[in-house]
Design a protein around this ligand. Structure first.
Ligand code: G3I
Ligand code: 9MR
Ligand code: ZN
Length: 584
């Protein structure tokens, strides 16, 4: 089936496209009774660099009759003087307002399946039950005689580690999704707290935040991570009983902790003052530690520790984010001075929304804050949003798939990039910057390769272009389309969602539980052209086009792992798309 679509489907309004990796002229939409409901001429896009294919686009945006359909296309070629026609079909998909109902539920519910330190019971987990895991005390890596009770939180990913900067990133995506699009979080996801009067997204985030609070040292510094010395074998979490360690404090972890606790304090105050108070206090204390320790305190795995490192080169963006959140929470001048100072030094990418570079969260904190704001700073932040979104528009216009990814951006966890770009379009739209973005996209300059923070931008090499005139919403939707199957492999990168969804995430419980189907709602890391593990090197031939560097192999962590911060930007982007639906 090489007619690629979003396998869940499309909302009635907005762009709807199928992409075909071959030339063809006509296409049809066929319903379940086999009737043709729509026919159209395709547009030949040409060479799509990331997939290495000549691609054709079948646009059926104008068709919005709710129902279940598939796209039929006739592929023609000549064989020994004869015209041959082969008919190809896309997977089945839905047009209608309920297209993403299951996805919405599953993406958030995924966090429940990653809960550590609690029994997952049949009532909430269905067949994916397990006993409370990682219940032992953790020893300080630096002093084994000191023990810490730090159960709880989410497993980071396919491994059982718990890492502060990664957790802060996931929390930031989820909490901002709620803050900006609360109307998209009205439905519950059947977790133990459901029905307590608090939206489930906040119930779920609290599970992680309570663990965060345990990771702060008495002096305000925050431990970088809590893991065993090495990754566990592929066993159920409760069978991973190796000694747990708390690894040293880092300034990135302390700053991200401060930021996300301040952000959360401002949200939970509407539901639970006591909890909000604890968060606010912890955030300030972490900030005091940062002020007392102005030097960068990075993190490298000490000898004997082999779990995820999450090292960074600098902490400028982390400190900026913390200052911005604390300003937003308290309105105190000191924080404003700090954030302004860090911003004007210009030592970090402003609109990053990742687990290492976090400047974009600081920008959101400031712009959404109810405190007094500097007009100058606001307009510079808006300018940064416009620039980031304009680059992303330009890049997606160079993709036959409408995905905003340059060839070299298909690295480890590329699907996170795709969904973060969805977030950038959402943010531009939120602040009403769509028209400015479109104007800026015509002339915008771009980085040509990955840069360390602070390295200059390199002029952009022109590729094929198609000015599509899409709205921010259309661009964001196209990123989701890619994730759900409108990509060169026709794979949906979310378990349990889509006719051709991947099945075998690098996720220990999903493999060890003996159940054939993985728990639903898990976003795979996706294509990675660097082939960074043995399985990937085995199954991906060298020279494979970037978008095709993926295989549904549970052993390949560099292609097919899941993480809490790869699900979260998908939750955000979807919350945006659904909020617009409800508005309409
Ligand atoms: O060097 C590349 C560059 O060539 C590329 O163009 C660019 C854009 O994709 O990325 C650059 O750096 C990559 C970096 O991630 C940033 O994306 C590295 O090559 C790549 O090795 C690095 O991968 C990280 C991986 O840990 C290894 O450190 C992933 O982002 C990160 O998500 C992953 O995190 C692990 C945790 O350690 C443990 N838990 C699971 C989790 C997910 O696999
Ligand atoms: O499962 C681990 C995964 O979560 C990490 O992203 C990855 C890189 O740190 O490591 C995986 O664990 C592997 C370990 O590094 C080497 N031995 C095999 C482990 C499982 O495949
Ligand atoms: Zn656990």
């Amino acid at each position: 089936m090489s007619v690629f679509v979003n396998q869940l489907g499309y909302l009635k309004q907005g762009e709807k496209r199928a992409v075909l990796p071959f030339e063809c002229k006509q296409f049809w939409l066929v319903n379940e009774s086999g009737e043709v409901c729509h026919e159209g001429e395709t547009n030949f896009f040409g060479y799509d660099k990331a997939s290495g294919d000549q691609v054709t686009v079948a646009d059926f945006s104008e068709f919005n009759l709710p129902g279940r359909y598939r796209v039929k296309a006739a592929r023609e070629w000549s064989e020994e003087g004869q015209e041959t026609v082969a008919v190809e079909y896309s997977p089945w998909f839905v047009i209608g307002e309920q297209a993403y109902d299951k996805l919405e539920h599953d993406l958030l519910k995924a966090y429940y399946f990653l809960r550590c330190g609690t029994d997952l019971t049949e009532e909430y987990a269905g067949p994916y039950v397990h006993k409370a895991c990682h219940m032992g005390k953790a020893q300080l890596w630096e002093d084994h005689a000191t023990e810490l009770e730090a159960t709880g939180g989410w497993h980071d990913a396919g491994d059982y580690g718990r890492y502060i900067t990664a957790g802060a990133c996931a929390l930031a995506h989820l909490l901002y999704a709620y803050r900006m699009y609360p109307e998209s979080f009205e439905k519950g996801v059947n977790i133990p707290e459901s029905g307590n009067g608090v939206p489930d997204v906040l119930n779920e985030c609290r599970y992680e935040l309570e663990w965060f609070l345990k990771m702060q040292r008495a002096d305000g510094g925050v431990y970088h991570k809590l893991t065993t010395a090495h990754h566990a074998p592929f066993v159920m979490p409760e069978e991973d009983v190796a000694q747990l360690y708390v690894l040293p404090v880092s300034s990135m972890a302390t700053a991200d902790f401060s930021a996300v606790c301040a952000l959360a304090a401002g949200i939970y105050c509407n539901f639970d003052e006591e909890f909000s108070g604890r968060l606010g206090k912890a955030a300030k204390k972490a900030y005091q530690w940062l002020k007392a320790n102005p030097e960068f305190l990075g993190f490298r795995n000490p000898e004997g520790c082999g779990t995820g490192e999450y090292g960074e080169w600098s902490d400028f963006s982390n400190r900026f984010w913390a200052a911005a959140e604390l300003y937003s929470l308290t309105g105190e001048k000191e924080y404003h001075e700090d954030l302004e100072g860090l911003f004007s030094e210009g030592k970090f990418p402003i609109m990053a929304l990742g687990y290492a570079e976090v400047g974009g969260f600081g920008v959101l904190a400031y712009l959404l804050s109810k405190q007094g704001k500097s007009l100058n700073l606001m307009s510079r932040f808006f300018g940064e949003i416009v620039k980031a979104a304009a680059q992303r528009v330009r890049i997606s216009e160079e993709s036959g798939y409408g995905v905003s990814m340059l060839e070299w951006e298909y690295g480890w966890g590329s699907n996170m990039g795709v969904m973060q770009h969805g977030m950038i379009f959402a943010i531009a739209d939120y602040f009403g910057l769509g028209a400015k973005v479109k104007a800026a996209a015509k002339t915008i300059g771009m980085p040509q390769r990955w840069r360390r923070p602070g390295e200059p931008e390199i002029p952009y090499e022109q590729g094929p272009r198609e000015e599509r005139g899409w709205s921010m919403r259309d661009h964001a939707a196209a990123q989701l389309d890619y994730l759900l199957g409108c990509n060169a492999l026709g794979v949906s990168y979310v378990t349990g969602n889509g006719e051709n969804a991947y099945h075998y995430p690098h996720l220990r419980p999903a493999h060890a539980d003996g159940i054939e189907e993985s728990m639903p709602g898990m976003v795979s890391g996706g294509p990675n052209r660097h082939r960074q593990d043995q399985k990937a090197r085995e199954v991906i031939p060298e020279g494979t086009p970037a978008m095709k560097c993926f295989a549904d192999e549970y052993e390949s962590y560099s292609l097919n792992e899941i993480t809490i911060y790869w699900n979260s930007p998908a939750v955000f982007t979807l919350a945006y798309l659904l909020s617009r639906k409800r508005e309409a």
